[in-house]
Design a protein around this ligand. Structure first.
Ligand code: GLA
Ligand code: ZN
Length: 673
């Protein structure tokens, strides 16, 4: 059994991507000295080093990496060792030009960046297996080795390749999934527009077509591309398990929905020994700490609730957005500890020393161009100290209050072309519901629609367009057994092949919700409607309305204007022991908050009163105790009520009653008991 925690790491992980090959050797000694000064416990090495490790086919140069690993080991720094398979050397591409991936329009990418990989290519697979084998043989039991870091961020920047070897591989994948061409025809509905195939050999990837192509084919191609990348991960992982037994194997995910949309992380989470994640703040004017919390919750959920590790985030600004602001003083620590609060066993960065050359020289680093006399470096050293004070939280688990159903495959389906409105966006609904829950200080577990829901007092379904019959039964049973469900519009519409469920919408949810939807009526751009209810309640909505017909559900709020005026906008259905809410329009944040307040009441979740909106409070619990994390994202001092007295670990002070939480500060209290 491979271990799930980095070998020999006795502290929280703190460090970053370390690329010593960009620097002369005399800098390496200085690096290790500074790592010790900052309290670095682990670094990721060798992720992009294939061209140096194998300068010509079958010719290896491991000397420099031997020296790096030995130096780090002497310095007490553990190593997360990369397999460099995300960038094969140029000699490989010149010998195998067809390993470069092809776009939908037939153009082939060129060498000279990174991640240019066709995962179906047999020569790539053989070369990747070979370099992985060589590394595992040489370093599999190196005393510095803590874990293996396979590849880098599968799924980006190329999410799918459309070349001829992918076409052949896709046909094999279809043969396994469907057996016969008739089963493919049936699933894809090829009776439409005369798309019928008579032989699997006739099927190509969904390349550029004059107008919209077959949605079933497009959806299956996303599944195929995801599965093909996973085959290559498994290939490397199995080599590492065989030659380096007991050392955990990971690959760095990017669970933030804004950062990778091509992998089904539910499936990937089952393949890795330890879930790791990369997270970068998207500075688009929204509250970045909410997006961070959502990505961290999603990562923990992919890990099945077990501890995971933040493998990359940025010490300050990045360099790949249109505008790249620096982080505010203290923000790096707040970001890092927010990930830790939500289950990360440490905080690692991209990268250790800021590059002087190449495409990422303006990306911040732990050791900036300006060296150690800088604010970023001082904050890095301070964070190292803070993490050291929190070591006892290792192995504890984050406590969640509510569940949100999420499925990457449903998201893929919903993003296909020719939907009722391009203003409706599944990710936007997921973000909005998450934000409303965050604002109520509720911690979220994301859950696959077919997973056991019985332990969740409240289950929220933001926009689950694709739902299997099994998922529908799962949700219905959950309500019957006493659960509280909130479903947003455009859920339960199609099955796994993007075929509309039989009968009225929303097929597998009709019984749970006690209603049918006769028709969608999306609004024009900028158009709004009002939704009203008892006690003078009135909320704004936009983007989407529906003609809802209750069959047992009671109408709680009604459309006050628009085509659907006078009809139900929000309903509530008692079924068995439970309650199911339905919202048929895009409520603004005020309406969403009111809706979730009512549902939380049904679920028996007590309101978390007395906390400002941007004061984040999360708990981790386990054998070493219960730890309350409080993070103040505001510029105002705050007080956080404590359920028990305890010891604040960052200051060492006792705390009781109401914990003082200065503006911008983080506090972690080990509660007595
Ligand atoms: C990704 C990559 C890193 C680096 C960072 C920059 O997460 O894994 O190699 O490019 O982005 O933000
Ligand atoms: Zn290909």
């Amino acid at each position: 059994m491979p271990d799930t925690t980095p070998r020999g790491l006795t502290r929280l992980a703190f460090g970053g991507d370390y690329n010593p090959e960009q620097w002369p050797e005399d800098v390496w000694r200085e690096d290790v000295r500074l790592m010790r000064e900052a309290g670095v416990s682990m670094v990721s090495v060798g992720i992009f080093s294939w061209a140096l490790l194998e300068p010509a086919p079958g010719e290896y140069d491991f000397g420099w990496l031997d020296r790096v690993l030995d130096l780090l080991h002497e310095g007490g720094v553990r190593v997360d060792l990369g397999t460099p398979t995300v960038v094969p050397p140029v000699w490989f591409y010149r010998a195998h030009p067809e390993a470069l991936p092809v776009r939908e329009d037939g153009t082939r990418y060129e060498f000279g960046s990174r991640g240019a990989i066709c995962h179906s290519n047999a020569d790539y697979r053989a070369a990747a297996a070979n370099i992985t084998t060589r590394l595992a043989e040489r370093y599999g039991d190196h005393p510095a080795l803590a874990m293996w870091h396979v590849h880098n961020e599968y799924g980006v920047p190329v999410s799918a390749c459309y070349c001829d070897s992918c076409a052949a591989h896709f046909r094999r994948w279809l043969a396994t999934a469907y057996g016969t061409v008739d089963a493919v025809n049936e699933a894809w509905g090829t009776a439409f527009w005369g798309q019928r195939y008579t032989d699997l050999e006739q099927i190509n990837p969904p390349r550029v077509t004059p107008t919209v192509g077959n949605p079933g084919q497009a959806l299956d191609y996303r599944r195929f591309a995801d599965a093909t990348a996973r085959e290559n991960f498994r290939m490397e992982r199995d080599i590492l398990h065989r030659l380096s037994p007991g050392v955990p194997v990971t690959t760095n995910f990017m669970t933030a929905l804004s950062q990778c949309d091509s992998l089904d992380y539910w499936a990937w989470g089952r393949e890795v020994d330890l879930v790791t994640n990369d997270h970068y703040l998207i500075t688009d004017g929204r509250r970045t700490h909410v997006n961070l919390a959502m990505a961290a919750d999603l990562t923990r959920s992919v890990a099945g609730g077990a501890p995971w590790l933040l493998l990359e985030h940025s010490p300050s600004g990045v360099n790949w957005q249109p505008r790249n602001p620096a982080k505010a003083p203290g923000q790096m620590a707040r970001n890092s500890l927010a990930h830790v609060a939500r289950g990360s066993e440490g905080a690692m960065f991209f990268q250790w020393r800021q590059s002087r050359r190449g495409a990422e020289k303006f990306h911040s680093a732990m050791v900036p161009h300006g060296g150690t006399g800088t604010r970023v470096w001082r904050e890095v050293v301070e964070l190292g100290g803070s993490l050291d004070a929190l070591n006892e939280i290792r192995g504890t688990r984050t406590v969640a209050d509510v569940a949100v159903l999420w499925d990457w495959q449903s998201w893929w389906a919903q993003n296909l072309d020719w939907r009722p409105s391009e203003d409706h966006n599944a990710r936007e609904r997921a973000d909005a519901f998450y934000e409303a829950l965050y604002d109520r200080h509720l911690t979220v577990d994301f859950v696959h629609p077919e997973a056991d829901l019985s332990a969740c007092p409240l289950v929220v379904v933001p926009a689950l367009y694709l739902m299997t019959e099994a998922a529908g039964r799962n949700v219905t049973r959950y309500v019957e057994n006493g659960g509280t469900l909130v479903v947003s519009y455009f859920s339960g519409i199609v099955d796994e092949h993007d075929a509309v469920h039989d009968g009225a919408y929303p097929g597998p949810l009709r019984d749970a919700l006690g209603l049918t939807v006769e028709e969608f009526s999306p609004l024009l751009q900028g158009e709004r409607v009002r939704v009203t209810g008892p006690g003078g309640a009135e909320f704004d909505a936009d983007v989407w309305t529906e003609f809802v017909v209750p069959h047992g559900a009671e109408t709680v709020w009604t459309y006050a204007d628009g085509l659907t005026a006078g009809r139900p906008a929000v309903t509530r259905h008692r079924l068995g022991e439970g309650t199911a809410w339905y919202v048929s329009t895009r409520l603004g944040q005020a309406g969403l908050d009111a809706l979730l307040g009512r549902a939380a009441e049904d679920a028996g979740i007590a309101p978390r009163d007395g906390l400002p909106r941007d004061v984040e409070v999360v708990r981790r619990t386990g054998e070493s105790g219960t730890f309350l994390f409080a993070i103040n994202h505001t510029a105002t001092d705050a007080k956080v009520p404590l359920e028990a007295p305890g010891t604040e670990l960052l200051t060492g002070e006792r705390a009781a009653g109401r914990l003082a939480l200065p503006a911008g500060a983080v506090r972690v209290v080990r509660l007595d008991g």
